[in-house]
Design a protein around this ligand. Structure first.
Ligand code: NAD
Length: 268
């Protein structure tokens, strides 16, 4: 279905993704859950992918009890299974590459197997999902790829070698997909949040405290929010709204770019 466009001079209509199928990875928690609910609220049929079966069930129940116009279908999958991952993307109109993980450790102590897993989940799996989704998108002349990157797709931080490498790679993959997809009606963009209020951030407070040699209660203000002009965490729902914008009719000319929600971090 073609989403409605705004008549000239009038405000944009409410986002309508009725008839669209969306795949969101890492949907069991944090930003992914907010994205799945936002797209289902716009009417999309959401394939919610995660390795966390319990989290996916909770999400599906929440979506059903909220009576959203779209739906959420749980799909339990470990994204390190790359062949299964690529197959999952077939028939998808909207792809949100969101799943991620973090380890904060100096390079000389960083376990190579963790580096490999981070790159697999956060870069190679998105490549395989895009690869699996494009034939359907190209066939119908419409598709939306949104890659949840980070400020760390644009800037580095010490002790995050795998994460920063994966996010910088994701930026390149996203831009390449934009160039290849443009003539087929497919856009590809990144969304780049600063620190978001999610379990991924809560889990790294201890690691950051150890790496920087300061108490955990000082990590938020002295490490995480040090470069943010706006001194708060961004909410998952704010990130989901940016993702929804990129899926809507107002963003059809927006491709190959990065929508930064960083409270002014990269303005430095
Ligand atoms: P989160 O930890 O709350 O959620 C990540 C989800 O990914 C989890 O549900 C987890 O089960 C899933 N996942 C991880 N490995 C997987 C695998 N192998 N197979 C399937 N699922 C897997 O994290 P979040 O904060 O919501 O992060 C989501 C995305 O946003 C990530 O790409 C992250 O890098 C990015 N991001 C987060 C922040 C932040 O501050 N939280 C900031 C910028 C970007």
């Amino acid at each position: 279905m073609t989403p409605p466009s705004a008549p000239p001079g009038l405000p944009a209509p409410t986002l309508d993704l009725g008839g669209r199928t969306a795949l969101v990875t890492g949907a069991a928690g944090g930003i992914g859950r907010a994205c799945a609910l936002r797209l289902a609220a716009a009417g999309a049929k959401v394939r919610a992918v995660d390795r966390d079966a319990t989290g996916l069930e909770t999400l599906a129940e929440r979506s059903a009890s909220a009576g959203l116009p779209g739906s959420v279908e749980p799909h339990v999958l470990d994204l390190t299974d790359l062949d299964a991952t690529e197959l999952t993307a077939a028939g998808t109109d909207i792809l949100v590459n969101n799943a991620g993980l973090q380890l904060v450790r100096p390079i000389e102590e960083f376990p190579p197997d963790v580096f490999h897993t981070v790159l697999t989940v956060m870069l190679e799996a998105p490549f395989r999902l895009i690869r699996g989704a494009l034939p359907h998108m190209y066939g119908q002349g419409w598709g939306r790829i949104v890659n949840v990157s980070s400020v760390h797709g644009l800037r580095a931080s010490a002790y995050k070698s795998a994460y920063v490498a994966a996010k910088h790679g994701l930026e390149g993959l996203s831009k390449t997909a934009a160039l290849e997809g443009a003539s087929h009606g497919v856009t590809s963009n990144c969304v780049n949040p600063g620190y978001v209020r999610t379990p991924l951030v809560e889990k790294q407070l201890t690691d950051q405290a150890r790496a920087h040699g300061i108490p955990e209660e000082r990590v938020l203000t002295e490490v995480l929010l040090q470069d943010s002009a706006v001194k708060r965490l961004v909410e998952p729902e704010e990130v989901a709204e940016a993702v929804a914008y990129l899926c809507g009719p107002q963003a059809s000319f927006v491709t190959g770019t990065s929508l930064v929600l960083d409270g002014g971090w990269t303005a430095h």
